[in-house]
Design a binder for this molecule. Structure first.
Ligand code: COA
Length: 374
């Protein structure tokens, strides 16, 4: 293969961005200049969402106005609720949320308007309504009635309320909020790049988010948080962890939740999320999963030099919070909407159609034979 070809676009710098910076040398990640760890410590997910779109953290009045705007749009139309009720019960929630967001695009009278102010309005609407889609579908699939959103609860609290009919202790809510902040943005990852490619054609922001959801579904990207929990359940008990991971390494198996295209010596988000996971485990009596995770992490780093990524602590944390495994990636969607849409707005501010080249390796040009001569 020619040296000009950068398979998977690995190492290729395709554009500028002011949204976030991933720095593999220092294991750091900043959103609009702020380190994610600091944002997790000092801010709510709503403040981070505002930051993503506006470039600055909100003051009190701005946060109040933003909160009112988001909370006021959490409800879904009767038409969309009816569609959700008719989704196949066997469908993966990533497929249902993808279809739900697509429906939101059809309902918006101004879908084609790519004015930045209108795309900001749509971004807040998608952020507000997507958890309602995910939670309604979750309950209907289980044969339960959906629970209407509440406008007196935070983004994180309201999601628990819509899924389970109650809000857990503040420690659990905080850990969930931290996971949302950490999942919000990560520069030109596969789903964000998908969203930017779609936006670059001057298609609409709903379509860009729908495409991004499809990209995030894959197990090499967002789907890894679900796969991590399946691995932990397969291992089952801490005593079995060492043999399992040794066997996986000896047999060159892909172990989900490890490795990263950009970070090669540790994912900057992992320490913060690991603390949140341990908090949840202490609170819910889930310490055995922490023990299993420790064995996998230690062994994989020692024997392979490969570190865990954010999905490694997030998967079991969501499990211990009570979410079904197939809901993990839709939760990732709920958060990453902020990053995707910020990138779409940025792409459109200085747009150039994204259209790379390919090296043809097929048959050389030839004449079309008559049908009797083929
Ligand atoms: N388990 C086992 N081996 C792994 C691994 C993992 N999770 N991640 C990387 N490796 C190995 C590769 O097999 C490869 O070995 P080789 O050189 O002997 O062929 C080497 O490490 C380099 O990895 P590579 O696949 O070239 O890195 P990449 O940048 O293309 O891939 C990922 C990055 C994320 C796709 C990859 O690490 C992976 O598949 N991880 C598991 C899925 C996951 O957790 N995804 C979430 C990402 S946030």
């Amino acid at each position: 293969m020619s040296d000009d070809i950068k398979k998977g676009l690995a190492g290729v710098m395709v554009d500028e961005t002011a949204v976030s910076k991933v720095n593999p040398e220092t294991n750091s990640l900043i959103y609009r200049g702020y380190a994610v760890q600091d944002l997790c410590q000092h801010c709510s997910f709503e403040e981070v969402a505002y930051l993503m779109w506006n470039g600055e953290l909100p003051d009190r009045a701005q946060l109040d106005a933003f909160t009112r705007q988001e909370r006021g749009q959490r409800g879904l139309s009767d038409d969309l609720m009816q569609v959700i009720r008719r989704f196949p019960k066997s469908a993966h929630p990533m497929d249902t949320v993808r279809t739900g967001v697509s429906f939101l695009g059809m309902e918006d009278q101004d879908t084609w308007n790519n004015d930045p102010a209108d795309n900001y309005r749509k971004s807040v609407a998608i952020l507000a309504k997507t958890p309602t889609i995910v939670a309604a579908d979750y309950r209907i699939r289980k044969g339960e009635e959906p629970i209407a959103p509440r406008d007196d609860l935070s983004f994180a609290e309201n999601f628990f309320h819509m899924c389970f009919g109650k809000v857990p202790d503040p420690e659990i809510v905080k850990s969930f909020d931290v996971s949302l902040i950490l999942y919000a943005e990560h520069s030109f990852n596969a789903s964000t790049f998908t969203a930017r490619v779609i936006a670059s054609t001057l298609s609409d922001i709903y379509g860009a988010v729908v495409g991004a959801i499809a990209a995030l579904k894959g197990p090499l990207h967002g789907g890894a948080n679900e796969a991590v929990m399946h691995t932990l359940l397969e291992i089952g008990e801490p005593e079995k962890a060492q043999a399992w991971i040794d066997d996986a390494i000896d047999n060159k198996k892909l172990v989900m939740g490890f490795g990263h295209r950009v970070y090669k010596s540790g994912d900057s988000r992992v320490p913060t999320m690991t603390r949140a996971y341990h908090d949840v485990a202490r609170h819910t009596g889930g310490e055995k999963w922490v023990e299993i995770s420790r064995v996998l992490e230690k062994t994989f780093i020692e024997r392979k030099g490969i570190h865990p990524n954010l999905d490694f602590p997030t998967g079991p944390a969501y499990y211990l919070m009570g979410f079904d495994i197939d809901l993990f990636t839709p939760i990732f969607v709920m958060s990453r909407i902020t990053g995707w849409t910020a990138h779409v707005i940025e792409q459109l501010a200085d747009n150039k159609l994204i259209r790379p080249l390919s090296a043809y390796t097929g048959v050389a040009q030839r004449a079309v034979p008559a049908i009797g001569e083929r």
